[in-house]
Design a protein around this ligand. Structure first.
Ligand SMILES: Cc1cc2nc3c(=O)[nH]c(=O)nc-3n(C[C@H](O)[C@H](O)[C@H](O)COP(=O)(O)O)c2cc1C
Length: 190
């Protein structure tokens, strides 16, 4: 298990093969995600899986999000590259968080706790992808969390879009990871 954990890698879109991912593997990734822990058993993770032609509309949503934010800085070339973004990975999974709410509309658990649970779920699916020979990345910046894109994937408040996970087989040698020593991050209070 530690070997898979240490081998799990994030890799950019430019270094993914276009090869489609078997549905069986994707289902296993989602099953692993669904076994994540959550305080209060709220199971707040929500995913939409984009493969095949659905990625074209996803790219359109990214491009529209860019257009909305660009204002006077609008550049056609960036718009086009956001459109191509959807098809630059064979698999995209939107990472949504839907909190459990009480009858009065208040949150059953804190938003932080719900987000932490979603993070556990994403780690689980990334580990299955690793075991299947895939790299992936949780991308949370810019258009990946944009309100227009959240709307596109069907997440309305109090739900939140926390980004996207893309995955595919790498075109390059398996990337090395790097971490500072764990000893610098741990205090043993014996
Ligand atoms: C919650 C979360 C959000 C992330 N968002 C981004 C992102 O927006 N852009 C990016 O380049 N990498 C993003 N990453 C990936 C990290 O850059 C990556 O995990 C880190 O560099 C370590 O590399 P490794 O995953 O290969 O071990 C994110 C990772 C996590 C856990």
């Amino acid at each position: 298990m530690l070997d898979v954990i240490a081998r799990r890698r994030s890799l950019g879109l430019a270094r993914l093969k276009p090869d489609a991912i078997d549905r069986e593997i994707i289902e296993k990734m989602l099953e692993a995600a669904n076994w994540a822990p959550s305080n209060g058993d709220t199971e707040p993770w929500r995913f939409t899986v984009y493969t095949g032609d659905s990625r074209v509309k996803l790219g359109d949503a990214f491009a529209e999000a860019y257009r909305q934010d660009a204002g006077d800085d609008f550049k056609q070339i960036s718009f086009d590259s956001y459109r191509d973004r959807g098809t630059s990975a064979p698999l995209w999974i939107s990472i949504g968080m839907t909190p459990k709410v009480n009858d009065d509309g208040s949150l059953y658990m804190s938003e932080d706790e719900e987000i932490m649970a979603v993070a556990c779920a994403v780690q689980n699916l990334h580990l299955i992808a690793t075991a299947a020979g895939m790299v992936g990345m949780w991308h949370s910046k810019g258009v990946s969390c944009h309100p227009h894109v959240a709307d596109f994937v069907g997440l309305q408040a109090p739900s939140r879009l926390l980004g996207f996970f893309w995955a595919g087989y790498p075109t390059v040698a398996w990337p090395d990871g790097e971490r500072g020593p764990v000893s610098e991050k741990v205090i043993w209070a014996e």
